[in-house]
Structure formats: structure tokens, C-alpha cells
Design a protein around this ligand. Structure first.
Ligand code: PGA
Length: 248
């Protein structure tokens, strides 16, 4: 049985005080949820949020990391630095990173390998553009992104990776893929993982949907057979709304 995982991606939002108040506001209300609860704040507050979240059941994730061990990479943060803070997850290859910061499948793969080697669980993102969807290339695009991202990852580690399927046209636009469409693509991703790693791994891997998930549509999405959670931007910023995402 895969444990559902609901992760808030705060992107470039919130100050430290706002982040800590958020954790304080949700911490007592998440008891009893079936889901694993993850918050991915900006790097500036990872340390404080991890501290605020300790003992609450809330896990903390980073939004990005660099693949190199250390060195001359001004502005970047390494896996060892995240591990220093006992960060649990790291989002890798979000479409905004791919689009605005030129992240490639190869770089994404290097980051996935480095995160796993350091003991941090990657949330590996994939998703097609509207043009790619309209051209009928969704499956091909997401399969390439996922398998490239997992290149060289041994089976026992691959089983722990979280995959987030986020159609780019649905991110921050209010347009959600229908739950059936999302489930179809996610099942296909699972089959693609199966073809490389076999059933044990593909049945263990958790695959989230992301793109305009809100309290009002989370139930329908989560009712699908292959959707194991959500990666949520806009609707994760407000505590009430975030708690609503756990009610599925
Ligand atoms: P959204 O963002 O929920 O605001 O669409 C999702 C994401 O980018 O992870």
C-alpha cells in the first residue's frame, strides 16, 4: 500500500515568520491524516522550518539543489548542506527550473543521483507543455523525462523516489487535468518504471499529480487508482487551504 503524499511547494513566497506561523497553525490539525505531509519552503527558512516541524509529523523539502559535492557555484546549495539541516525531500526538475533556469534531463539526473547518495528523497518532476499535449506527445515526453531522471538509479533506491506529474499548462493556471486524464498519464509513467525496474519497484513508487490542485478537486484526483498524492503551489500557501488538501 502506497502512503499518499501531499506536498506544498511554496515557490518564492513567505518570510521566516510567516513560515513558522504556518507550521504552528497546521501542526495540531494534521493528526489523523492518512497522508505524509511535506512543506517545501524557500531555502532561507529551511533550517527554522525544520526546527518548527520537528516532532509534528510535518516533513520538510527543499525546492532545488546543486548536483556538485561543493565548489565554485555562486548562489547554489549542495545536497550535503540540505542533509546538514536534516531535510527530508528535495524537488528536482520542476518545470519552472527547466523553463527559467535551463535545467536539462541530464542535470536533473545528476541531482537525483546526488540527492539519493546523500539520503535525501527526490521529488522528480515531469510534465508536458500544451503544444506537446496537443501534438499527442504527452506519454513520450513524460517517459523520457522520468527515465532520464532515473538513469543509473539502482532498483532499491528507485522505489523510494517520488515522481510528480505536473502538466505545465495546468500549473498556476486554474486548469487541472481531469482526474481520468491525470490518472491515465500517471499509470503510463508507472508502466514505464515497470518496464525498467519491474513490478516491485513500480508498485512502490509514489506518483503525485500537480497543477492547480485545490481543496475542491483533491478528492476526485485522490480517488483515482494511480494518483498517490499532490504537489501543490498556490493552494498550499494558506493554512486553511493546505489543511483542505489533506481532506480527501
Ligand atoms: P499550482 O503549482 O498548484 O500553483 O498549479 C503546482 C506546482 O508548480 O508544483
Amino acid at each position: 500500500m502506497r502512503k499518499p503524499i501531499i506536498a506544498g511547494n511554496w515557490k518564492m513566497n513567505k518570510t521566516i515568520d510567516q513560515g513558522i506561523s504556518f507550521v504552528n497553525e497546521i501542526k495540531e490539525k494534521i493528526a489523523g491524516t492518512d497522508a505524509e505531509v511535506v512543506l517545501c519552503p524557500p531555502a532561507t527558512m529551511l533550517a527554522q522550518l525544520k526546527q518548527a516541524a520537528t516532532g509534528t509529523g510535518v516533513k520538510i523539502g527543499a525546492q532545488n539543489m546543486h548536483q556538485a559535492e561543493d565548489g565554485a557555484f555562486t548562489g547554489e546549495i549542495s545536497a550535503a548542506m540540505l542533509s546538514d539541516l536534516k531535510i527530508d525531500y528535495v524537488i528536482i526538475g520542476h518545470s519552472e527550473r527547466r523553463q527559467y533556469f535551463n535545467e536539462t534531463d541530464q542535470g536533473v539526473n545528476e541531482k537525483v543521483l546526488k540527492a539519493l547518495e546523500t539520503g535525501i528523497t527526490p521529488i522528480l518532476c515531469c510534465g508536458e507543455t500544451l503544444e506537446e499535449r496537443e501534438a499527442g506527445n504527452t506519454n513520450e515526453v513524460v517517459k523520457k523525462q522520468v527515465l532520464a531522471g532515473l538513469e543509473g538509479v539502482p532498483a532499491e533506491k528507485a522505489a523510494t523516489v517520488v515522481i510528480a506529474y505536473e502538466p505545465i499548462w495546468a500549473i498556476g493556471t486554474g486548469k487541472t487535468a481531469t482526474s481520468e486524464d491525470a490518472n491515465t498519464v500517471i499509470s503510463f509513467i508507472r508502466e514505464s518504471v515497470d518496464a525498467v525496474y519491474g513490478k516491485e519497484v513500480s508498485e512502490a513508487v509514489r506518483i503525485q499529480y500537480g497543477g492547480s490542485v485545490k481543496p475542491s478537486n483533491v478528492k476526485t484526483l485522490m480517488a483515482e487508482t494511480d494518483i498517490d498524492g499532490a504537489l501543490v503551489g498556490g493552494a498550499s500557501l494558506d493554512p486553511e487551504s493546505f489543511l483542505g488538501l489533506l481532506d480527501f
